[in-house]
Every structure is written in structure tokens, then in C-alpha cells.
Design a protein around this ligand. Structure first.
Ligand code: MTE
Ligand code: HPA
Ligand code: MOS
Length: 760
């Protein structure tokens, strides 16, 4: 199996926004943004910039004909700052010129006078100042207050995780071309064509039918283009419709890093209560989410943190509270896992700390409390087709944990300056948008008279292989040659009112819609042939490898003949179909319901070696048993799993986002923000797919794969912590991620009291 995009990718032939041939007269836009994290705009002086060579126009808030508003969940974010600025990187003006360089040079001539206001960068500070983006969210199961008295051990603590830069290879960008009248056509690097369309219509004050958004593919999104691809497209559309010229904008990497939001950092309190035998009876957590300066997707991200606050464990008494805190940073946004990883990290920290106090192995507590069928999640859903225990057991069958434990201990007693550590990481991730309404998709399938097939869906290809999966579904239903089928661009005039390609649901929702549309066409074609062959039962007509069989006997009919004849007989060769996930619901008032179509499970084992002189480390092995259902495309699923694990490892280890107290991003280039490279990949990575599971909620018993494996990465943090503890067994350490080599070195040598300023 080859991904049909691979060849074009490696030859540099795949088209991204910046590769599209532009029409004559195209102008280039550049964003001028705030250098102050919080303040009142006193004046903006555009005169010097306007006088620069090649400048066509400069747009500010007052040039917006419609609403100066891009907020999705809460309408709290202007496209261009007007009276106040709330973060460094907030767009204030858009400079449009004949070349990208001239636009950039002119932007450097803009001056703004800003009266500075106090800056908050820490979510707990924001909370103390009552700066919340939305009201707090509470999830509750059982009664924790009553449960504490039944516990033999109760432990409290703090756990923190850092942000993460998406680092999609293709930076944010868009290209707008004026169409007839006041319409506009926009090519955007977005996961959500409909969000772009809706926002442009609102900003330009025109109906949505005058905005066509087209997406061929993205050079990566990872959630960073679910909501935050929209402003650039809106700016291009604004300039283009005003100047009646095509306008293109491609962000420079550094501007992209400074202006866009990232994974939400969290600081969280936990309290966990256990019986002597390791059974967890009660768990409480308070999550302080660093939301940034506007809501963006933060409330939905926080909600998913709550959904996953007990990871793959059953805990009978749970109380979790989440605070979405407003700070003077770029609004943080969707990132693979969508708050789930942050929630899981805290329960893993709690178990780790409990194990320390109880002198048990963390994996003993983890295993003892794994979810089983019939267990209730804190949000009221009952676990079904639960694969937590089967995945764990299969991993243990492949690798004996007792062996690993013994070998690790042997190595550590034989080596003074190198220490090994290991940790297990089970996962359980709910599949469906947690906003029930978003779980819908549609497909439009044309069969052309030469027998070739064009498929349009709401799914956006961003490297995750959704097109390949959908291609496979259509091929399986029609049983025709692969080359006959083409996945078209994602376009709002062909498929309307789409949900973003996100929440790992792209192949599930759009694949189901395609499955339904293709089945309708197939039935129609079989009906037609059965009439031609005087076969009263159309179910006896079968297409196999482009040949038609009647009651098991090969006929003269082939796919091309069938299509031509059907067209001649005036049979429609087009079908459109809609799919919405059945039986899901969630009540936000009570925080109860059945929000997920199903859950994805798995378990990972991480083994690491820490250099105790330098604080540097390597990953010896990652072994995973993952419940991928019946994979639609095993090679793609494997690469998704491996890529996600690596991205999760990066988040937990070397990727560190630092803002200074003025709210300025320090790590705004690849010289200061490190992502894992080939030398850091684990020496061994084995992902074994559990093949025994059934899943009626995705095409052909498959399961979503995009996000869940990201969360295995959390295991590397605790493996490293165990290696640190092997070097300093008498110390208890704060649980703060990422475990950069710098932090590891500090943990190895510094006085613990000096470790974490945020905790003192
Ligand atoms: N894989 C690649 N190569 N590039 C991406 O941008 N995004 C991830 C995941 N895998 C991403 C990726 C995220 S955040 C999600 S939600 C899913 O893909 C979305 O696609 P799917 O729903 O088709 O799995
Ligand atoms: N996951 C990912 N993206 C989303 C979600 C979700 O649950 N809800 C809204 N956007
Ligand atoms: Mo993925 S964070 O749901 O785009």
C-alpha cells in the first residue's frame, strides 16, 4: 500500500497554498502586530508606511465593513485590534503591497502609541484576579467527601504541563480572489473551511453563499488550523474585496510562532485516596488552564480535559473543576489530544505520587484500577467494548514487566552515572466531538461517463491520510481499480456546513458518509443491470474487480460498460449522503450524558537511560499495544501512531515554550524551540495493533487513530522521573513537564526547594 500523496510530496510536486500559480496583479499582505502584551491603543500612525514603495493599502479595524469579530465559541476576539491590545502578536493592521517584501518593509514603518496595562501570564494569577474566559466547569461522580474517610492513604499535590508549538511544516496562509459582484473565492490552509467561510461572510457583511472556500491539502495542522487559520483568510478576503485584486498572505515562521496560540499549559491540583491494596477510591482535581487572551477553543479543550481526567481508570468518586483562565498571551488552541493529554497527566502524576508514598510500583496501581465493561465514567457514560485490560495484558504477554523491573534495577546498581527508568502508560480516549452537534459530515460522489469517480467530502487532508482511507472505502464498495477514484479538494460549494476535520473523526464521519453515498450508487447500478439481465433479484448482481457477476456467473458486463449504459438510460450517476453519529448526547448543565460514540484504548511501556552527569537522556524502547479496530489502512495507522507518540514525547521532553513576564515569546524560532529529530527517536519502537475489537461506529469496524496515541508520550516523563529517582532515591520531586535535559540536570543536583519557582 502506497499513500498516493507520497510520490508528489517527495518530488515537491504537491501543491500547498504558496505553490498555487497566482494571477497577474496579485498583491501580498503582511500583518502588523502588537509589541505590547496589554494596553490601550492611543494612536496608530500609518503615514510613513503608506508612503513606502509598492503599498496598495493598509487596513485597520475601521476598514472592516461587517463585524470585526472572529471568536468561534465566544465572540470575544477582534480580527484587528481597535481600542485595546491583549497579547504580543495581536494583529493591528494589514499592509498590502505589490510584493511580499514591500509589504513587510512598509509594516516596519507603522508606529502605534500604546498605554501599557498590567500583564498576566500565569493562569493561577489570572484566577486570583477573577479573569476567567468562561464560567468554571465541574464533573462529579459519587461523593468524594464521603469517600476520603474510607481511604487508607490520601495524597495531595500539584502537577504542571507546558505548552507546545504545532510546527506544521506549512505555515498559516491564504489566497483570496475577488469573484463576480461582491463575492470572493478563498484558498485557505484550514482544517475548517466552513469556519473560514462563516467568518469571512461576517467580516465582509455578505451572505455565506458569496464566499467559496477551497482546501486542497495542508502541510500539517495538528489542531493549529482548526480555528486559527481563519484570521489570515479573513484578512486576505477583506483586502481582496476592497481592492478588487487577488491577495495572498503566507506567514513567516517567526511571525507564525509569535502570533498564533499553542497547546494550553495547565497547572493543576490533585488529591487522591486509595485503599491499602492500591484501589483508588477517590480523586479530586482542579485544572487551571492558561487560555490566553481570548476564548478561541479553550472552553471545549477544558471540557475534554475533564472528560479524560481519570484516563483509563475506574474511580468511583470523582470531583473535577476546570478554570479557563484569561492571560495576556496569544489565545491557546486545539492541539492533538485537545486537552485530553493535560487531564491524563494529572491523574498519572497522582498515581505516581501515591505509589511513592505507599512504596508500591506505579504500574501496580495503574493495572489494579483499569476500566472494565460496565464501569461508569465521571460523565455518566458506561464503558462498553472496553479494551483497557486486554491491551495491558497483551503487552505484558509480549514483555514481562517483572523482567524489565529486574533488569532496570540490575543496571542501576551496576552503574553510578547512568540510570535507567521505565513506566507504563495506558490510555483511553473518547471519540466524537464533545459538542454533539458537530458530529456530522456529508459526501458528494460523481461517477463520470468514463467510469472514473470523483469524491468530495468535508474531510481535510493534512498528512493524516484521510483521503487514502476514504479512497479505500469507495474502492471496497465499487470494487474498481484504484486509479479510477480521485479525492477532490474540500470545497464549501460542494460540501456545505462542515465540521472541522478534528477530534480524530475525519475518517469516521466522512468515511461513513462516503460509504452511504457509494452504496446508494451501487444499489442504483445493480438495479439497472438486473433489469437488463432480467434478474429479478438485484442482490444477485455483484461487481468484482470491475467485472459483473450474475448469480455467481461472470457476465459480459464490465464497470466502464455499465456506467456508459446507465448514463445512456438516464440513470443518475451522482449521490450525496449525510451521516450523523447516532445515540450521542451530553447535557452541559449536569455534565452527564453519552458524549462519545466509542473509546480508543491501549498501553505503552517506555524504557529510558539518563546520563546523570549531563542530564541528557535517550529512549531505549517504546512498546505499545494499541486498539486500532480493523484498520482501514494499516500503514497509515502505524505512521499515525508512531508520529503521535513522537509528538507526545516531544511535548514531555524537549519542547519548551517560554514567555517572559512581559508576555513576549522567548522560544520564537527553531534555534530556541527544539522538536525531536531523528537522533532522538527511540532506538526501538514497536506498535502492535490489537485486532480483536469490533466497532460499529466507524466504517468497516475501524477506529479513529489521529490523536489517541499522542498520550502514550506521557509515559516517557514518568520513565525519566524514575531514572532521576534511581540517582536520588531520598528526594521527592515536583511533577512539572517538560522534562528538558536542563530540568533533569537540576533535579539531579539542585536543592529541591530551588526547583520550581511556580510552586514556592
Ligand atoms: N497527522 C498529520 N500528518 N498531520 C496532522 O496535521 N493532525 C492530527 C492527526 N494526525 C495531523 C495528523 C490531529 S490533531 C487530528 S484531530 C487528526 O489527525 C485529524 O484527522 P483525522 O480525523 O482524519 O484523524
Ligand atoms: N475535539 C477536537 N476539536 C474540537 C472538539 C473536540 O472535541 N470540539 C470542538 N472542536
Ligand atoms: Mo485535532 S486537535 O482535533 O485538530
Amino acid at each position: 500500500m502506497k499513500n498516493f500523496d507520497s510520490e508528489k510530496h517527495v518530488r515537491g510536486e504537491s501543491q500547498f497554498v504558496d505553490d498555487l500559480p497566482v494571477p497577474e496583479g496579485t498583491l501580498y499582505a503582511h500583518v502588523f502586530y502588537s509589541r505590547v502584551a496589554h494596553g490601550r491603543i492611543v494612536s496608530i500612525d500609518l503615514s510613513a508606511a503608506n508612503a513606502m514603495h509598492g503599498v496598495a493599502a493598509i487596513f485597520t479595524a475601521k476598514d472592516i465593513p461587517g463585524e470585526n469579530q472572529i471568536g468561534g465559541i465566544v465572540q470575544d476576539e477582534p480580527l484587528l485590534a481597535e481600542h485595546h491590545v491583549h497579547f504580543i502578536g495581536q494583529p493591528i493592521a494589514v499592509v498590502v503591497a505589490d510584493t511580499a517584501l514591500n509589504a513587510r518593509s512598509a509594516a516596519a514603518q507603522i508606529t502605534v502609541e500604546i498605554e501599557k496595562l498590567p500583564v498576566i501570564t500565569d493562569p493561577r494569577d489570572a484566577f486570583l484576579n477573577n479573569e476567567l474566559l468562561v464560567p468554571p466547569i465541574t464533573f462529579e461522580l459519587g461523593n468524594t467527601n464521603a469517600a476520603w474517610t474510607q481511604c487508607d492513604v490520601v495524597i495531595e499535590g500539584i502537577a504542571e504541563t507546558g505548552g507546545q508549538e504545532h510546527l506544521y511544516l506549512e505555515t498559516q496562509g491564504a489566497f483570496a480572489v475577488p469573484a463576480e459582484g461582491d463575492a470572493v473565492k478563498v484558498v485557505s490552509s484550514t482544517q475548517s473551511p466552513t469556519a473560514v467561510q462563516r467568518t469571512i461572510a461576517q467580516v465582509l457583511n455578505i451572505p455565506m453563499h458569496k464566499v467559496e472556500v477551497d482546501v486542497l491539502r495542508l502541510g500539517g495542522g495538528f489542531g493549529g488550523k482548526e480555528d486559527q487559520a481563519t484570521p489570515w483568510a479573513a484578512m486576505c478576503a477583506l483586502a481582496s474585496s476592497s481592492l478588487r485584486r487577488p491577495v495572498k498572505m503566507i506567514l513567516h515562521r517567526q511571525d507564525d510562532m509569535r502570533m498564533t496560540g499553542k497547546r494550553h499549559p495547565y497547572s493543576s491540583d490533585f488529591k487522591i485516596g486509595l485503599k491499602k491494596d492500591g484501589t483508588v477510591l477517590a480523586y479530586e482535581a482542579a485544572f487551571y488552564q492558561n487560555g490566553g487572551a481570548a476564548a478561541d477553543l479553550s472552553p471545549a479543550v477544558l471540557q475534554r480535559t475533564m472528560f479524560h481526567c481519570t484516563n483509563s481508570y475506574f474511580i468511583p468518586n470523582v470531583k473535577a473543576v476546570g478554570y479557563s483562565c484569561r492571560t495576556n498571551l496569544p489565545p491557546n488552541t486545539a492541539f492533538r489530544g485537545f486537552g485530553g493529554p493535560q487531564g491524563k497527566f494529572v491523574i498519572e502524576a497522582a498515581i505516581f505520587k501515591a505509589a511513592e508514598v505507599m512504596k508500591m510500583d506505579p504500574f501496580f496501581i495503574q493495572k489494579k484500577n483499569l476500566l472494565k465493561n460496565g464501569d461508569e465514567f465521571p460523565y455518566g457514560q458506561i464503558a462498553e467494548r472496553c479494551q483497557a485490560v486486554p491491551c495491558w495484558n497483551l503487552l505484558e504477554q509480549k514483555i514481562s514487566i517483572d523482567d524489565v523491573k529486574r533488569r532496570t534495577a540490575d543496571f542501576n546498581s551496576a552503574n553510578e552515572w547512568k540510570k535507567k527508568g521505565f513506566a507504563l502508560m495506558p490510555i483511553c480516549f473518547g471519540i466524537s466531538f464533545t459538542n454533539t452537534m458537530m458530529n456530522q459530515a456529508s459526501a458528494l460522489v460523481h461517477i463520470y461517463t468514463d467510469g472514473s469517480v470523483g469524491i468530495s467530502t468535508a474531510a481535510v487532508e493534512m498528512g493524516q491520510g484521510v483521503n487514502m482511507k476514504i479512497h479505500g472505502i469507495a474502492q471496497r464498495i465499487f470494487s474498481i481499480n484504484a486509479e479510477r477514484i480521485k479525492l477532490e479538494s474540500t470545497n464549501t460549494t460542494r460540501v456545505a456546513n462542515t465540521s472541522p476535520t478534528a477530534a480524530s473523526t475525519g475518517a469516521d464521519l466522512n468515511g461513513k458518509a462516503v460509504q452511504l453515498a457509494c452504496s446508494v450508487l451501487l444499489d442504483r447500478l445493480k438495479q439497472f443491470v438486473s433489469e437488463q439481465l432480467q434478474q429479478p433479484d438485484s442482490a444477485k448482481i455483484v461487481i468484482r474487480d470491475e467485472k459483473l457477476f450474475n448469480d455467481g456467473k461472470e457476465t459480459e458486463w464490465t464497470w466502464p460498460r455499465l456506467i456508459l449504459a446507465a448514463n445512456g438510460a438516464r440513470i443518475s450517476l451522482t449521490a450525496q449522503h449525510f451521516y450523523s453519529t447516532p445515540n450521542i448526547h451530553f447535557d452541559r448543565e449536569t455534565s452527564k450524558g453519552q458524549p462519545f460514540a466509542y473509546h480508543v484504548f491501549g498501553t505503552a511501556l517506555f524504557q529510558v537511560t539518563l546520563d546523570c552527569l549531563r542530564g541528557t537522556y535517550g529512549i531505549d524502547a517504546v512498546n505499545v499495544v494499541h486498539d486500532a479496530g480493523k484498520s482501514l489502512q494499516p500503514v497509515i495507522d502505524r505512521s499515525q501512531a508512531e508520529g503521535a507518540i513522537m509528538q507526545g514525547i516531544g511535548w514531555m521532553t524537549m519542547e519548551e515554550i517560554i514567555y517572559n513576564n512581559e508576555g513576549r515569546l522567548i522560544t520564537d524560532a527553531l534555534s530556541t524551540y527544539k522538536v525531536p529529530d531523528i537522533h532522538f527517536t527511540p532506538a526501538e519502537m514497536n506498535v502492535h495493533f490489537l485486532d480483536s475489537s469490533e466497532n460499529p461506529f466507524a466504517p468497516f469496524n475501524s477506529k479513529a487513530i489521529g490523536e489517541p496515541p499522542f498520550m502514550y508520550g506521557i509515559g516517557v516523563y514518568f520513565a525519566l522521573m524514575n531514572a532521576v529517582k534511581a540517582f536520588r532515591p531520598d528526594v521527592t520531586f515536583p511533577v512539572i513537564a517538560p522534562m528538558t535535559p536542563e530540568r533533569a540536570l537540576c533535579l539531579l543536583y539542585k536543592e529541591v526547594g530551588t526547583l520550581a519557582p511556580s510552586l514556592q
